[in-house]
Design a protein around this ligand. Structure first.
Ligand code: FMN
Length: 699
């Protein structure tokens, strides 16, 4: 509301020829929907704009087929315009500025789809391990690239974008490859001195300003620090020099630290505001507006960043995913309603795995178009049900939050004294404190809702559940970790159980701790094995970390945490054995087997911690279902469903989603037809093709 101390966050700001209405800026982020699910992508952006973000940007958008990112947007030519226009329309409909991040991924991509040889300042193997090399660009290639970039900028303007980016961040794109001493070994005017290495970037900014600068702001996304010392860009060395050299050339500086694994650090490894100390200097060098990021969810910190002159605009990717309505909530003073990002990077994982974006805190993310879900509104109830939710973990609390909003009278029974289930238990593990936010937000909402009652310390049996007059029962009793070592690697129980003390994550949650030399067997591969190893090492255990995968916590590759996780495990554990199975336990010993050769060795241990499979805790569900099945035909029985980990153990995000799905549909089962819209790519003959035929048979 006007007159609030947060008013500075709601003052407009001129960015080149355009004006942003407030200081909330959704920086470019991919979303797994991209050009393959364009309506879904556009709707998601529109919802962000509706939530009050003054600017909403697309993800990176390739300007040419020699930069063929497998998952992102494209603006190769005008054929790509309709998809982008759709996003612009959605964003403009809510009075926000639309930004587009033009990109050429140079040797960062392999171009397996287009078969174009990747291009680079100097000959180099492409990123990753694909057997592909990039070739050196000659001066004509550089002129061509500038032309493609300029054409894309003009097309972006035609599509209606207000902000056009040059993307020189995250060690990913051609202008950065030219900038970097590591990747530019050229001897011509584009190599050698920093003045030469920055030439292409300077030319791109000037080209873009000349082409579209009359109507569009020209933004530069630049990583001022790469955390590899003076070997790379550093805010104390060449990163700063570049900002000084280009100071007032772009209309907007969008700055961060690169590469993405640094920029997108999880809460396990960094706190809110972690980039501030690296990017703070930018404002002292340029007179142009500066936007920065750092998992900003706290209104107070945002205000301080602005008023202290650290930033002009509060940038956000993940916080805008967790709460698309964050700006509006600050404006309206609804601080308790802000759904804070927990910094888990399940969003990043969805993008990496090329599926629509998901979010632990915001289960509607990625479902805005295909299921018609909105992050703030939900249809009023359309049945007369009264709902009993048994279990107050992430799924149960999420279900109750939204059932209440729909107007359903809901009771949540929990056997523990506190609510939150695994979100609370896991939040006590090293680095996972922000997991609490999953419970806190939902409890905050429920406590304001007279329709929902919380009943702690209530161990509900089937008899009690069926003795009530609830017409719908959702069993959300979670899951248990397997105690016998079965999981992905072992289909049958581990031989030798009973010869040494065995612990599972559930024992750790309950406060039971092994002592001495401990083998931790991680056949789960997400974060649990790693954080428990860290915890035990911190309490004095000598931990031998064993996993059949070739990397520690291998699935965290998708959340981009993996190298940090492995470093920490190497540093904290006594020994790390990858590609190794725990073959058997014996008195005081564990036998380990090489996953490839089967070669075995024995190590002395005092205890084993098994982080393998999980089983749904669904006994109560089956008990209720069995009793209902035996009801006499003249009695109309209540309906019972399972939600969250009780249905199938998975991520925190999956549990929350399951609870949300139940609140919307009163079910979690499968239907005959998909319960969401699909966007089918039109066949060529169905498209209104303009211009030349896209291929020729030579006749
Ligand atoms: N940055 C880009 O410049 N281009 C991208 O396409 C891009 N994709 C991203 C996809 C996801 C799912 C996320 C979470 C981030 C992405 N980023 C990308 C980085 C973000 O713009 C941002 O700099 C980073 O996430 C740190 O900001 P945050 O802490 O507010 O999330």
């Amino acid at each position: 509301a006007a007159g609030s101390r947060f008013d500075p966050l709601f003052t407009p700001l001129k960015i080149g020829p355009v004006t942003i209405k407030n200081r909330f800026y959704q920086v470019p982020h991919c979303n797994g929907m991209n050009r393959l699910h364009p309506s879904a992508m556009a709707r998601m952006r529109g919802i962000k704009a509706e939530g009050g973000w003054g600017a909403v940007c697309t993800e990176q958008c390739d300007v040419h087929y020699s930069s063929c990112h497998p998952r992102e947007l494209r603006l190769w030519d005008q054929q790509d315009l309709p998809i982008l226009r759709r996003a612009v329309e959605e964003i403009h409909a809510q009075d926000a500025l639309a930004g587009i991040e033009l990109a050429h991924n140079g040797f960062h991509v392999h171009n397996l789809e287009t078969r174009a040889i990747p291009i680079a300042p100097s000959p180099v193997a492409t990123r990753g391990i694909a057997p592909v090399h990039a070739r050196e660009m000659d001066l004509q290639d550089i002129r061509d690239f500038r032309r493609w970039h300029r054409a894309a900028a003009l097309n972006a303007k035609t599509a209606g974008f207000d902000i056009v980016y040059i993307y020189a961040g995250h060690d990913m794109t051609l202008p950065v490859h030219f900038l970097s001493r590591r990747t530019n070994q050229r001897k011509d005017e584009y190599g050698g001195s920093l003045e030469n290495r920055v030439r292409l970037l300077r030319e791109l900014i000037l080209d873009t300003k000349e082409a579209v600068g009359d109507r569009c702001a020209v933004a530069l996304r630049f990583s001022v620090e790469e955390l590899v010392g003076t070997h790379g860009l550093s805010c104390e060395d060449e990163g700063r020099d570049v900002v000084e050299m280009l100071a007032d050339l772009p209309d907007l500086w969008d700055v961060n630290i690169g590469d993405f694994s640094n920029d997108g650090q999880t809460a396990r490894f960094s706190d809110e505001g972690f980039q501030d100390r690296y990017v703070r200097f930018v404002k002292t060098v340029t007179g142009k507006p500066v936007v920065g990021v750092g998992r900003y969810t706290s209104p107070d910190l945002m205000l301080t960043l602005l008023t202290s002159g650290a930033l002009d605009l509060i940038g956000a990717a993940r916080p805008s995913i967790a709460d698309p309505f964050l700006p509006r909530k600050i404006r309206d003073g609804d601080f308790d309603d802000i759904r804070e990002c927990i910094g888990c990077n399940i969003c990043v994982a969805s993008d990496k795995l090329a599926v629509p974006l998901r979010c632990t805190q915001n289960p509607t993310m990625g479902e805005e178009w295909r299921r018609g879900w909105h992050p703030e509104y939900i249809p009023a109830k359309d049945t007369e049900d009264r709902v009993l939710v048994i279990g107050g973990g992430p799924a149960g609390l999420e279900a109750a939050t939204w059932l209440g909003r729909r107007g359903y009278e809901t009771l949540v029974a929990e056997r523990r004294p506190d609510f939150g289930g695994r979100a609370l238990q896991e939040a006590a593990l090293p680095g996972l404190h922000s997991w609490r936010r999953v419970a806190d937000w939902r409890l905050g909402q429920i406590r304001k809702d007279p329709k929902v009652t919380l009943l702690p310390r209530n161990d509900i049996t089937a008899e009690i559940a069926l003795d009530t007059d609830f017409s719908l029962i959702a069993v959300a009793t979670g899951a248990v970790w397997r105690t016998d070592g079965t999981g992905r690697g072992h289909a049958a129980p581990l031989p030798g159980l009973g010869t040494v003390p065995v612990f599972t994550p559930d024992d750790i949650f309950a406060g039971r701790r092994p002592q001495g030399r401990v083998v931790l067997y991680d056949d789960d591969h997400y974060y649990m094995g790693g954080v428990i190893a860290e915890l035990l090492a911190g309490t004095g255990c000598e931990v031998v970390f064993v996993t059949p995968e070739s990397l520690v916590s291998a699935w965290t590759v998708n959340t981009t945490e993996q190298p940090r996780v492995q470093k920490r495990i190497i540093e904290t554990c006594a020994e790390v054995s990858v590609s190794t199975k725990l073959a058997l336990l014996a008195k005081g010993e564990a036998e380990l087997a090489c996953r490839f050769t089967g070669r075995r060795r024995r190590i002395g241990i005092d205890a084993a911690v098994l982080v393998t499979g999980q089983m749904p805790r669904d006994g109560l569900y089956h008990d209720i279902a069995t009793r209902i099945a035996a009801y006499k035909p003249d009695i109309s029985p209540p309906r019972v469903v399972r939600i969250g980990d009780c249905l199938a153990p998975g991520t925190l995000a999956a549990a929350v989603f399951s609870g949300h799905l139940f609140a919307r549909t009163l079910d979690t089962g499968l239907s005959d037809r998909p319960p969401f819209r699909r966007e089918n790519v039109a066949l060529e003959r169905d498209q209104a093709l303009t211009g030349d035929a896209p291929y020729s048979n030579g006749s």
